[in-house]
Design a protein around this ligand. Structure first.
Ligand code: ZN
Ligand code: ZN
Length: 113
């Protein structure tokens, strides 16, 4: 499934000091995810409660909740050209975060209003 042009990343940055994962998109938009929220929004079948829910977007409220823990060793690996796999400090790495999904869940005021 090819990503739409507007949903392609130009740059992805993980900042463990700020506890954010930031994506600059080719259309100039910028998305800042709190790491803890992104972990809670893990799109894998296990975290989503079954394969039938994997297409469901996470409740944006997870990005506004206070972080429960700090994530210091987050590793982001590309999956083809359409997604990234994120490996978390707790060893969990089954979540494939597609660009499309990440863009669709952008928690900024402009996207979530
Ligand atoms: Zn998961
Ligand atoms: Zn946005």
């Amino acid at each position: 499934m090819p990503a739409e042009p507007s949903a392609l990343p130009r740059r992805l940055t993980v900042d463990t000091d700020a506890q954010t994962l930031s994506i600059e998109w080719t259309d100039g938009h910028r998305t800042d995810f709190p790491l803890d929220g992104l972990r809670r929004a893990c799109p894998c079948a296990e975290c989503m409660g079954g394969h039938e829910h994997m297409g469901t977007l996470p409740d944006p409220v997870v990005f506004r909740l206070p972080a429960l823990m700090r994530w210091e060793k987050v590793r982001v690996d590309p999956v083809g050209s359409y997604a990234v796999r994120i490996r978390w400090d707790d060893g969990h790495d089954s979540g494939i975060y597609t660009w499309k999904r990440l863009r669709a869940t952008c928690p900024c005021d402009a996207c979530s209003s």
